[in-house]
Structures are given as structure tokens and as C-alpha cells.
Write a protein that binds this ligand. Structure first.
Ligand code: TC6
Length: 695
């Protein structure tokens, strides 16, 4: 039987090693193993000091999240910490990889901490909708002071080993974790250093005790962006308790808040998002062990908004790219936009001052498609017209080296048709980035009919390498995200015909937690694009057409569904729009009715969920969690609502199916009829999540 925690002794130093892949999470077995080994090391009269270290790729990366919500199994994490902290022999944590959450809390209970220089240390619990529940909110402020503690606990981002050393979180940077930890333990013994217990050391709290603004200012800066989230505020309160209360009372408060948060809907949603993101990286239907093709050189075709954003994503990850344009003029313009973009970010303090030059040096701009010849991955980001895409892929077939993965960034077009332009359809797939591509994390990886498994694996691996969140989807109009969004847009427009105003619809959607409503989004994207395309197709949309005929193209003309003051992007409701809507409805012989916020919310969300059900049935998405990931990372769906399919399960599928059937009848709209899969699950009292479990 393989032991998840083992004990050995190198003369006077006992070494406790956690060995529980993949990330040494604190499962019941690991907790039990640590308590057992620490107890045995204390009992071993030969051992004078103890090192706690980990095998594999990382130090303990946290509590075992899969155990949350299940009945607790002893020993608790508090029992583990007590066993360590109360040890009469010094315990040294030796850290490599990531010491996160409960992992860092274990280290904080040790008397000393050392880490290798690549290590990262953090308390990311807020990202799971909880707070550090094993003393982290009380010990970390005592280790590094409340200001940095707030930053780490309320913000949730880890810090580097060198910052940890600078701020007193670790005692030394070492070469290798186990050997370094052992050497440090010998030093502690030789120098007869005392047992340092953070619980007993309030020295770093003194400044904030005297001037609470140190703490409140740090909290204000971090909670600004936490709209709708419960955990960051609760975490801030818990750190406040470290300043205001004795240690044991602070721990009690932390524990109470932890138990409340871990049972909350928000935390369930955020934990779902964590696992859904990791599941999404696993491609269904691809044989186990399928290896990604090596990608050393990347070429991007088109230096427009999308191509430039994609190139920046690679440069941000330190990967050189060749950016190809058809002419010097276009190339110069594209390179200029990226340069300006980087400079603006640096001026805001978002990246170091020398980053723009360093990153631009990684983007090699050239003219001519023949420059793709050395690339292992080629991403096409030219105009969204099938004829042009076909032309490009035709040429790529001629110039690209054998085995190169050929990706299109199309957001709607049929990848099967694009692949047919080449003699290597097995190498062709979609990599649909979202605008602005250097910021948005989602990448829909589109699997075409003939895409080879290893081409898909390559695209997923590359996306992760440039810090994107990949989700594999099938071919259909708009793929997953935009196909669902189209249903929402359709209902948004219909609501205006029935009596709602743009600001009412948008307010309901933003109150739900989306960053923007459909009309503000339309103004941002520009209303003229849709207008032209409707004209080409001979389609009418009276209100949107009337706006465009009045020269209201959105933000770029200072007015659209809203008006905008010069230099501002803040949408302001405009009585002229209301008048224009009234006139249009009168002309069409329609009467405005009062539309409730509840109806707006249901008609914004449920049709998208219905489309999601169709997408699952057609197997365009493999799992409901993949759809959630797409909405979380591509459209700003609030993480505390877990994604549309998770949200649907919370609301109840029967309710959603009933309401859709109701609206289909009420508004005479057959597209709102519940999808067969939704109907079936609703009738069986099941959830979308049950499909993932059955798969
Ligand atoms: C906490 O500690 C609270 C304490 C209070 C208690 C009172 N549990 O991300 P990867 C799995 S809260 C269970 O692909 P990487 C993951 O699902 C926790 N499983 O790897 C995946 O499984 P799969 C605070 C976990 O190298 C596999 O490990 N800690 C956990 O890109 C590999 O994961 C955190 O929030 C876990 N805690 O990144 C840290 N962590 O292979 C969460 C990972 O079956 N973890 N798995 O799909 C991370 O941020 C990253 O996993 C990483 C490694 C940076 C540790």
C-alpha cells in the first residue's frame, strides 16, 4: 500500500513527506497521516527537529475541495495544525510549487518556513467563495502585517518566494525543498532558536491597531471590484478580527464565517466553476495519452483587432510569434495599435515600465503568407468572410509545413467548409478568441468533422500555455457562446416591442451580475454592422433600424440605445430613444405594456439555457460545465452564479421549462418552446449536472 504521508529520520532530523498526487491536497488520509507522523516524530527521542515537506510537483495546494459539503471525517485540519504548533520540537515547512489555502495554513502553524525560489504562496479561498478557515486570517496578518494579509486574503492572488521572504512569511530561500528544509532545521538546532508560534506574536499588528485606516484602506482598494460577491467582504472582516480580538476569539469568528460561506450557494457555484474549468481541458472522444504536437513557432495571420490581440496573448506569455499582413501599411497600423495598448497598460501600472518593449520584441511583423513556412501552429484572423477565409486556407495548404496545426479564429463560419480548402483537413480546427483577445480568457476550440485528435490536443495545450481557458466545441452557427447569445438578443429586441425600455432590460441583466446589458453591449459593438447585414439580407428590425436611420450607431456616434457624453462610455438613458420607440410602435399599431423585471430576467436567461440544452443534445458541447466555462470566461457571467447551466439547475429545470412554454404561447414565439432534452430532464426531476455524472 502506498503511504500518502511517510516518516523517515536523518539522524536528529525527522522528515515528514506528504505524497498524495496530484497536488497533495489535505484529504482525510493526508490529515490523518500528518498527525500520525508528527506524533511519532515527537515520540522518537532521537529526533530533535521535524521537517514537513511534499513529494511531487507541489507543496500542499489546499484543503481537498472534493470533500466540501460532505460529512467531516476526523482529524480536522485544526487537529493537524494543533499537532504541529504544539510540538515541543521545532517544525520547519519546506515549500516548493504552490503552498495554497490549507497548505499555507499548515505552513503557518509550523515554527519556521523555507521555500525554493520558484515557489508561490497564497490564500486563494475567496476565489472558491470561502475564506481561509484554518487560522489563515489570524496567522497571516501576524506573519506579514494586515496590509499584505488583506491583499493576499481578500484579493486571493499568491506571492512569490522572494516577496514572502521580504515580508517575513518565510525565513529563508533554499535550493531544494527537502534538503534545504533539513539544513535549515539543523541550523535551528545548532543556534538553539526558540519555537516561534505566530499565534503568540502580535508585533506586526501594532501599527494597524494604532491606525485602523491602514487596514480599511487596503480593504477598500480590494473590495471595489468584488460586486455581488460575499466572500471578499467576509474575509476582510475576519482579518479585521485579527486586529481587534485575541487570537482564539479571532479563530472562532473565522470558523463561524467559514462554515456559513462553505454552505452558501455562491461557494457551490465557485467550486463548480473551478472543477468545470479543469474538466473543460479534457477532450471527450480523444484517446487517452494522445500527445500534443510540439509547438515552437507560431504564426498569426491578420494584424487587425483580433490578430493583434491574439499576438499580444502569446507575447504576454513570453512566446515569440510571427504576425503576418498583406501590406506594410496594415502591418504598421497593427503594430502601432499593440504598442499603444501596451503603453497605456504600463502607464496605468498594469505591467512594468519595460514590458511594452520586451513584449513588442516578441512580435515579429512581416508581409506575405509564405512566412508561415516554419510555424507549427498558424492562427488565421482575417476578415469574417468565407471567400477570404477560403483563399487564406488554400494558400496555407501551399506554404505551411506538414503537420502544422491550421486554426481559424472565425466566430460563426463553418470550419468543415474551410477545412475542405486544404488537402489536410485533419490539421484544421477553430480557435475562437474573444474580444479583446489579449484580455478575455476564453478560447473556444472548434473540432471539425475531420480534425485529428492530436491537433485538438495541441490547440488545447497551447491555449492553456497562453493562460486562456479552452473549451472544445463542435461546428455550428456561432458555436456555443454566440449561438446562445443570439437567443438573448432576439428576446431583448422583442421586449422593446412589448413595452420595456433599453435601460430597464439592461438594469435587470446587470443586477443579475453580468457586466453589461444587451443594449449597452450593442452600443459598444456598433449598431451599424447589424443594420448593414440586415439590409443585405432584406431583414427588418424596426426599432434598431429607426435608430440607425437617425444616425445613432452606438458609442462611436455618441448615441445609440443610450446617449454618451463626450469622452465618456457611461450609457445615459435618452428620452429621444423612448420617443423613437413609441413612434415606431404606434406606426406598427402596437401598444406598450408594463413588463415586469421578473419577466425580463426570465426572457433574458431561459432562452439561452434552452439553446444550451439543444447544444448538449446535438453534442456541440460535451458537458454542461463546458457551456458554463464559456459563459464565465467569454461573456463575464458572474462566477458566483456558476454559469448558465449550473444556474438552471439551481432554479429548477421544471420551472424553466414551464416558463418557456408559457412565454412561447403568450408571445406567440415557437422558438421559446422548451427543447426536448430540457423537457425530458424536467419531467424526470433531473438536472443538467446529472448528464455530466452519467457521461
Ligand atoms: C482550502 O484550502 C480551504 C481550507 C480551509 C479548511 C477548513 N482539492 O489545476 P490543475 C486537482 S480551499 C482537490 O489542473 P495545475 C484538480 O481538480 C483550497 N483537487 O493543475 C486537477 O484534477 P484532475 C485552496 C484539487 O498544475 C488536478 O488537481 N486551494 C485541488 O495547473 C490538477 O490541477 C486552492 O484553491 C484541491 N484543492 O495547478 C488551490 N487542487 O487532474 C486550487 C487541484 O482530475 N488549485 N486539484 O482534473 C490550484 O489552484 C491549482 O490546481 C494548482 C495546480 C495551482 C495547485
Amino acid at each position: 500500500m502506498s503511504e500518502v504521508v511517510r516518516l523517515e529520520r536523518h539522524d536528529v532530523v525527522a522528515i515528514v513527506t506528504v505524497d498524495s498526487p496530484p497536488v497533495n491536497a489535505l484529504s482525510a488520509a493526508v490529515r490523518g497521516g500528518i498527525v500520525d507522523c508528527i506524533t511519532r516524530a515527537i515520540a522518537d527521542s532521537e529526533a530533535k527537529a521535524i521537517v514537513l515537506t511534499c513529494a511531487g510537483r507541489t507543496f500542499i495546494a489546499g484543503a481537498d475541495i472534493t470533500e466540501f459539503g460532505k460529512p467531516p471525517v476526523p482529524p480536522s485540519l485544526h487537529d493537524v495544525l494543533n499537532a504541529i504548533e504544539s510540538s515541543p520540537k521545532p517544525v520547519v515547512a519546506a515549500i516548493h510549487g504552490t503552498a495554497l489555502g490549507g497548505g499555507l495554513e499548515v505552513a503557518l502553524a509550523c515554527h519556521y518556513r523555507v521555500a525554493v525560489k520558484e515557489a508561490r504562496l497564497g490564500l486563494p479561498e475567496v476565489k472558491l467563495g470561502i475564506l481561509p478557515g484554518a487560522g489563515g486570517t489570524q496567522r497571516l496578518p501576524r506573519a506579514v502585517g494586515p496590509e499584505l494579509a488583506v491583499k493576499m486574503i481578500v484579493g486571493g492572488d499568491p506571492i512569490s518566494a522572494s516577496d514572502a521572504l521580504k515580508n517575513g512569511l518565510i525565513d529563508e530561500i533554499v535550493e531544494g525543498p527537502a534538503a534545504g528544509g533539513e539544513a535549515f532545521a539543523r541550523k535551528v538546532l545548532a543556534e538553539k532558536r526558540p519555537l516561534r508560534k505566530l499565534r503568540d506574536d502580535d508585533s506586526k499588528l501594532a501599527a494597524a491597531k494604532a491606525d485602523r485606516s491602514i487596514f480599511t484602506n487596503a480593504v477598500a482598494a480590494l473590495t471595489k471590484k468584488a460586486r455581488g460577491l460575499e466572500a471578499p467582504f467576509a474575509a476582510a472582516d475576519a482579518v479585521g478580527a485579527a486586529i481587534d480580538l485575541p487570537f482564539d476569539e479571532g479563530i472562532k469568528k473565522e470558523r463561524e464565517t467559514f462554515l456559513k460561506l462553505v454552505a452558501s450557494d455562491q461557494s457551490k457555484a465557485q467550486r463548480h466553476a473551478f472543477f468545470a474549468e479543469r474538466e473543460a481541458a479534457k477532450i471527450s472522444g480523444v484517446p487517452d495519452g494522445t500527445k500534443a504536437r510540439p509547438v515552437e513557432r507560431v504564426a498569426i495571420i491578420g494584424a487587425g483587432t483580433m490578430g493583434g490581440g491574439i499576438a499580444m496573448s502569446f507575447a504576454n506569455a513570453g512566446i515569440p510569434v510571427t504576425l503576418i499582413e498583406t501590406g506594410e501599411e496594415q502591418l504598421k497600423r497593427g503594430m502601432g495599435v499593440m504598442q499603444k495598448n501596451y503603453e497605456a497598460t504600463a502607464a496605468r501600472g498594469g505591467i512594468p515600465a519595460d514590458a511594452p518593449a520586451k513584449r513588442m520584441a516578441l512580435i515579429h511583423g512581416v508581409v506575405g503568407l509564405e512566412n508561415v513556412k516554419d510555424a507549427d501552429l498558424i492562427i488565421e484572423a482575417v476578415f469574417e468572410t468565407m471567400a477570404i477565409k477560403k483563399e487564406v486556407f488554400n494558400a496555407l495548404d501551399k506554404y505551411a509545413k506538414p503537420g502544422a496545426v491550421l486554426a481559424s479564429n472565425t466566430s460563426y463560419l463553418n470550419i468543415n467548409d474551410i477545412a475542405k480548402e486544404t488537402r489536410r483537413p485533419q490539421d484544421v480546427l477553430g480557435m475562437h478568441f474573444f474580444s479583446p483577445a489579449n484580455v478575455m480568457k476564453l478560447c473556444e476550440i472548434v473540432r471539425a468533422e475531420k480534425t485529428a485528435p492530436d491537433a485538438l490536443t495541441t490547440a488545447v495545450a497551447v491555449a492553456r500555455k497562453i493562460a486562456k481557458v479552452p473549451a472544445v466545441v463542435g461546428v455550428c452557427d456561432g458555436f456555443v457562446g454566440n449561438r446562445m447569445l443570439a437567443q438573448r438578443s432576439k428576446q431583448a429586441e422583442k421586449l422593446l416591442f412589448e413595452g420595456a425600455l433599453p435601460q430597464q432590460v439592461d438594469a435587470v441583466v446587470t443586477k443579475f451580475g453580468m457586466p453589461m446589458g444587451p443594449f449597452a453591449m450593442g452600443d459598444l459593438a456598433g449598431l451599424d454592422i447589424g443594420w448593414r447585414s440586415r439590409k443585405d439580407r432584406g431583414i427588418k428590425s424596426e426599432i434598431a433600424d429607426a435608430l440607425c436611420e437617425a444616425g445613432r450607431f452606438g458609442q462611436k456616434t455618441g448615441k445609440g440605445y443610450y446617449k454618451y457624453e463626450a469622452g465618456s462610455r457611461a450609457p445615459l438613458p435618452d428620452p429621444e430613444v423612448e420617443k423613437l420607440i413609441d413612434e415606431t410602435l404606434q406606426r406598427l399599431g402596437r401598444k406598450r405594456r408594463a413588463v415586469s423585471d421578473e419577466e425580463i430576467l426570465e426572457r433574458m436567461m431561459y432562452p439561452m439555457i434552452n439553446e444550451g440544452a439543444k447544444i448538449l443534445e446535438e453534442k456541440v458541447a460535451a458537458r454542461p460545465g463546458d457551456i458554463d466555462v464559456i459563459w464565465l470566461y467569454g461573456y463575464g457571467w458572474p462566477v458566483y452564479r456558476g454559469g448558465p447551466m449550473f444556474y438552471a439547475d439551481q432554479v429548477g429545470l421544471k420551472h424553466i421549462a414551464d416558463r418557456l412554454a408559457f412565454y412561447a404561447k403568450e408571445t406567440n414565439d415557437p422558438s421559446l418552446e422548451p427543447a426536448p432534452l430540457l423537457k425530458r430532464l424536467a419531467a424526470e426531476g433531473k438536472t443538467f449536472a446529472s448528464l455530466a455524472k452519467a457521461a
